[in-house]
Design a protein around this ligand. Structure first.
Ligand SMILES: Nc1nc2c(c(=O)[nH]1)N[C@H]1C(S)=C(S)[C@@H](COP(=O)(O)O)O[C@H]1N2
Ligand SMILES: [Mo]
Length: 453
């Protein structure tokens, strides 16, 4: 890494990551208020001053004839004492210095009893896998920690042998492990109305990506002898009080849907459907039914409440788009992103995520001038189908205002649209399926904010 990068490449994390949660009250849907902004800048400067005081050490290290990194010479506590014993934390936890990297409720949304959403802190995550404890949460009626020994899963309807499975029954069957993203259909909903919530956590944080393990649904449907002629749809039903049911077409059900119990190498977390959830790759989150207790095979769609009243898109001509299940190709720059601050001109890595419900990501372009010029970003491996793909691109910030955007293209050739293009077809009344290009404005001061261009 060239030296100048080390000297100038500093992006401060969004305020939420390093200030106490209660101070986040100052962050509203309008961003930071003036007083808070001043306070944060002062804290940044204080933090830089501490880092800067290493200069004296460099002097004495040089005097001692040491040419390398003087920090190696510091007799730190870690280098001179016995460490903590093994298994002091039998279940490992993040460092105490990371305690502010949390899923959070949006300042722009009100909670309706237990039914709410907690967003994943995309600005603080690396690579493509979401740590289980930071996976976003969306519950229509709160979450449960269901005893797996009492949980039952039934398949009925147009099948020869309706069956009820225990968790033990399921875990004896052939299993697969696959990495897939899950995105709530309402992710980026606030952008339809240009609410401009302050950070990427709230614009795009109803998005996560994990390795899921479970039994292919096709294996279970075969096991029950489903009616291959008339069985055209399945209904998935959750065990919570929200009466969450979703219709899924049979060709999709037989393709890559998983009845999953595992997430990131261990059992699902209770918030994410423990002990059983449906994984429907590429399809909006609502179909990924949690606390899954029943699948019915039928010959036509059910038109349940969550597919006839909710999760439909109101179009300008008054019609509704229904069963708009697939999450179209989308991307977002996660750093630098809203709420972060660039402290210096010079080299800054731009990084983000791209995904498509229709397959693999083929290319991501990045613009730093609001979409006039585009450069192709580096895609990091692995590049998997219906999975997040991480991209990176070099950027030398000259200190003048900039507008950062990313534009993803998937293997079908579909190009992520601008917000204006999307509005021209879909209007402004939608809540769901906003996959428009996101713009982050970098001000001369280095502050990054959410804008629409
Ligand atoms: N049983 C049940 N399944 C559910 C829900 C729910 O409230 N109850 N919420 C759905 C919605 S709208 C989404 S976006 C995803 C969220 O999954 P997560 O909480 O694991 O992120 O679960 C879906 N499955
Ligand atoms: Mo959702």
């Amino acid at each position: 890494m060239p030296n100048e990068i080390r000297k100038t490449g500093r992006i401060l994390k969004a305020p939420e990551n390093f200030i106490e949660p209660q101070l986040c009250n100052a962050i509203t849907s309008d961003g930071l208020n003036e007083e808070r902004r001043g306070f944060l800048r002062k804290s940044f400067l204080a933090a830089s001053a501490v880092i800067g005081s290493g200069a004296a050490l460099v002097q004495s290290a040089k005097a001692a004839g040491f040419e390398g990194d003087p920090n190696i010479l510091v007799p730190t506590k870690a280098a001179t004492t016995l460490g903590n014993p093994v298994a002091a934390n039998p279940y490992g936890q993040p460092s105490k210095y990371e305690k502010n990297l949390l899923r959070r409720e949006s300042p722009g949304l009100t909670r309706v009893s237990a039914a709410s959403v907690a967003f994943a802190p995309l600005q603080g995550l690396f690579g493509i896998i979401t740590p289980s404890g930071l996976h976003f949460e969306r519950h229509h009626q709160g979450w449960y920690d269901i005893d797996p020994s009492t949980h039952r899963f039934m398949i009925n309807g147009l099948v020869k042998n309706p069956k009820v499975y225990t968790m033990d029954d399921l875990m004896r069957l052939p299993s697969v492990s696959r990495m897939h993203f899950i995105e709530c259909g309402a992710n980026s909903a606030t952008e339809w109305g240009n609410v401009a919530v302050p950070t990427v956590q709230y614009t795009h944080g109803m998005l996560s990506c994990c390795e899921f393990t479970g039994v292919p649904l096709s294996v279970l449907l075969d096991d029950c002898g489903f009616d291959r002629k008339n069985g055209k749809f399945i209904l998935a039903e959750g065990g919570d009080g929200s009466a969450m049911t979703r219709t899924i077409a049979m060709d999709r059900a037989l393709d890559d849907v998983i009845v999953a119990y595992g997430m990131n190498g261990e059992m699902l977390r209770p918030e994410n459907g423990y002990p059983l959830r449906l994984v429907v790759p590429g399809v909006q989150g609502v179909s990924w039914v949690k606390w899954l207790r029943r699948i019915e095979v039928g010959d036509q769609p059910w038109g349940a409440k969550d597919e006839s009243i909710h999760y439909v898109d109101l179009l300008p001509d008054g019609q509704q788009r229904q069963y708009t299940s697939i999450q179209e190709c989308k991307s977002v720059i996660t750093s630098p992103s809203g709420g972060q601050i660039l402290l210096d001109k010079g080299f800054n890595n731009i990084t983000g995520l791209a995904w498509s419900g229709r397959g693999k990501i083929k290319r991501v372009d990045v613009s730093v001038d609001g979409g006039r010029n585009w450069r192709t970003a580096r895609l990091e491996t692995p590049i998997l189908t219906k999975c997040l793909t991480r991209f990176n691109i070099d950027w030398n910030w000259d200190g003048s205002p900039a507008i950062l955007q990313s534009r993803a293209i998937d293997e079908t050739g579909y190009v992520q649209p601008k917000i204006k293009q999307l509005r021209a077809v879909r209007g402004t009344k939608s809540i769901y399926h906003n996959n428009a290009i996101q713009s982050w404005k970098v001000a001369e001061s280095g502050e990054v904010s959410n804008v629409q261009v």
